[in-house]
Design a protein around this ligand. Structure first.
Ligand code: NAP
Ligand code: GDD
Length: 375
């Protein structure tokens, strides 16, 4: 008998890789599709629309939304999934400052709606919650106080010094036992989702797990997230199709991994003997600035950086062409400055270990975008 999975967010970056993985493992996959005025299945067309083996045989799409409890109840009751992966979310941190209430509706209360649909229907299923390294905020660098001071005095020199300090300090890594201190409406909503998942596990004995995933990227990453914005932008600049790339806080540092490996980790959490929460991360951290340099290095180019803060720019060393500038609109009211995860628990309990490192990841994305990005 094939196992049955239900995925919210199946049209997103993670959902598309997870659906692919589960189909390869012989699952029947049901996905929740949001109604949209234009096509939003681009990431899964190859496994659904254009695949006679899977379409309506082993893969099914259902209209639905995390803001609609009756829809979630109906789907859980009708599909009777063995495993539910709750990946649907308003997932953009900067956008969450613009739509905080909607972000809470979908990311926080949407998770409660799903868990309650399981409880109400009594369907025996496992539940994966897409938790995030954004939960930690700036606990590693101790920047929280500095951040409020920055808000007070707005001194650009002070801000720059602190950003630099955060990326140079190389503090310890974040694990399942590190404290949370969210710094955006997105992260606060995800904090609720994290704890309601733990609570339903304890209160109702649900097999419910939080995957605390650090940033993971791929050629399917949304184009407004910084890695993809860079790999597409650099490809277009080098092809003469774009003049410059405008960015925000390039001193922010992230622990970037490769999404297909993280989809495998999500699945492993639901195959464990007992439900628990796990960090998935590489343990390696780089700044946005380093990502930009690595993307230009793909073409053998190096950069000359000049100026400070919003006036910082970069030119190609060979031609002196200006290619990078800052734009204040990409700075967030509060930002997470430095993330590095410790995935030892996932290694020990699940046998999960990422192989793709930072340079491999940039190459995978550049290989893709230097072809498709210049069309
Ligand atoms: P993504 O590409 O932005 O995909 C988000 C998915 O959620 C899309 O399928 C989207 O549908 C769907 N969605 C949005 N609002 C919804 C709603 N109201 N009801 C139902 N579905 C809705 O995000 P991702 O990178 O794949 O991330 C997947 C999950 O992991 C998210 O919960 C994210 O917060 C979390 N996460 C991501 C990372 C990362 O680095 N990628 C790290 C930690 C946690 P449309 O396609 O119609 O927009
Ligand atoms: N998006 C974006 N665009 N970010 C920029 C830019 C820009 O032009 N310039 C600098 N940045 C900085 C942001 O300020 C942030 O510090 C960092 O680059 C990464 O931004 P994103 O790629 O948007 O990702 P994120 O870390 O905020 O959030 C992603 O990872 C989380 C896991 O830690 C999302 O996938 C979240 O859904 C996920 O939870």
């Amino acid at each position: 008998m094939s196992k049955i999975a239900l995925i919210s967010g199946v049209t997103g970056q993670d959902g598309s890789y997870l659906a692919e993985l589960l189909l390869e493992k012989g699952y029947i996959v049901h996905g929740i599709l949001r109604r949209s005025s234009s096509f939003n299945t681009g990431r899964i067309d190859h496994i659904y629309l254009n695949n006679n083996e899977y379409r309506d045989k082993r893969m099914f799409l259902h209209y639905g939304d995390l803001t609609d409890s009756s829809n979630l109840n109906r789907l859980v009751e009708k599909i009777h999934p063995d495993e539910i992966y709750n990946l649907g979310a308003q997932s953009h941190v900067q956008v969450s400052f613009e739509v905080p209430e909607y972000t809470a509706e979908v990311d926080a209360i949407g998770t409660l709606r799903f868990l309650d649909a399981i409880r109400e229907t009594g369907v025996k299923t496992k539940f994966y919650q897409a938790s995030t390294s954004e939960l930690y905020g700036n606990v590693l660098t101790g920047m929280q106080d500095a951040r409020s001071k920055m808000q007070d005095d707005q001194d650009p020199e002070f801000r720059i010094l602190h950003r630099r300090a955060a990326s140079i300090l190389h503090p310890a890594s974040l694990s399942e036992t590190s404290p949370f201190r969210p710094t955006s409406p997105y992260a606060v909503a995800k904090l609720y989702a994290y704890w309601i998942t733990v609570n339903y596990r304890e209160a109702y004995n649900l097999f419910a797990c939080n995957g605390i995933l650090f940033n993971h990227e791929s050629p399917r990453r949304g184009e407004t997230f910084v890695t993809r914005k860079i790999t597409l932008g650099v490809s277009r600049i080098m092809a003469g199709k774009q003049d410059m790339l405008h960015l925000g806080n390039i001193y922010a540092a992230r622990d970037w991994g490769y999404t297909p490996e993280y989809a495998e980790g999500m699945w492993k959490m639901l195959q464990a003997d007992r439900p628990d929460d796990y960090v998935l991360a590489t343990g390696e951290t780089h700044t946005v600035k380093e990502f930009i340099e690595e993307a230009f290095a793909y073409y053998g180019e190096t950069l000359n950086w000049e100026g400070e803060g919003v006036n910082e720019t970069a030119t190609l060393s060979a031609s002196n062409k200006k290619v990078i500038a800052m734009d204040p609109k990409y700075y967030r009211p509060t930002d997470v400055e430095f993330l590095r995860g410790d995935p030892s628990k996932a290694l020990r309990d699940l046998g999960w270990a990422p192989k793709v490192r930072f340079k491999d990841l940039v190459k995978i994305m550049m290989d893709h975008d230097s072809e498709s990005g210049i069309r």
